[in-house]
Ligand binder design. Structure first.
Ligand SMILES: Cc1cc2nc3c(=O)[nH]c(=O)nc-3n(C[C@H](O)[C@H](O)[C@H](O)COP(=O)(O)O)c2cc1C
Length: 190
């Protein structure tokens, strides 16, 4: 049985990116997995009026143009569904993730596709699966009062049905912080 990992990266940096390097390290520990990479730093369009109109149109009534508008969103959702495991690597930028992460969230939160409304509130439609979120930061430690990323990311995955979420942080950019994160990731990978 193949094990599909969806790897999502968000740092604007490639050279010297702590979050991407920790992601490499983590995924290297799963040599038998098939990895699909979605690099948010390459750009994710923001949703717009056309996009919202298309999602509010029942699938069978969508025009060719509306289907085209939703093509990337459909692809991003398909990646989530196909994954047995998700690895998200991101830096903290200005107290949250880079804007491309929010653009990705807006693309994948789809009523009737990744969640549905019920009489008792919204229900996630995806199968639960492990999500490991690796966060690099400067002065802001994960879970500190000015970390506005962690709770949001956890809620987004919970909202679409994924509750098995683990966050690992490396703050300060020091060797000690990176080593601690690596040790934590090795335990998770085992
Ligand atoms: C535009 C920008 C904004 C940043 N904002 C924050 C921040 O709000 N809090 C923080 O702790 N670090 C912040 N940092 C530092 C980065 O989170 C840190 O350098 C991290 O290692 C970057 O991830 P990377 O090494 O994977 O590229 C910021 C860095 C950049 C370039």
């Amino acid at each position: 049985m193949t094990h599909n990992i969806l790897r999502i990266d968000a740092s604007a940096r490639y050279q010297g990116s702590i979050s991407r390097d920790l992601g490499d390290d983590f995924i290297d520990q799963k040599p038998n997995a098939t990895v699909t990479t979605r690099d948010l730093a390459q750009g994710i369009p923001q949703i717009n009026e056309t996009w919202v109109g298309a999602t509010f149109t029942p699938p069978e009534a969508r025009t060719t143009a509306q289907k085209a508008t939703l093509a990337l969103s459909d692809e991003l959702v398909a990646e989530l569904i196909a994954a047995d495991e998700i690895v998200l690597t991101t830096p903290l930028y200005n107290f949250s993730a880079p804007a491309a992460f929010k653009a990705w969230v807006d693309q994948i939160a789809r009523a009737g596709v990744t969640f549905k409304y019920t009489e008792t509130g919204p229900v996630g439609l995806l199968d639960d699966k492990p999500v490991t979120i690796i966060v690099s930061s400067g002065g802001v430690a994960l879970g500190s009062p000015v970390d506005f990323f962690s709770a949001h990311a956890r809620q987004v995955f919970n909202f679409i049905g994924i509750t098995n979420v683990t966050l690992v942080g490396a703050s300060g950019g020091t060797e000690a912080a990176i080593t601690t994160a690596k040790t934590e990731l090795t335990k998770i990978a085992a």
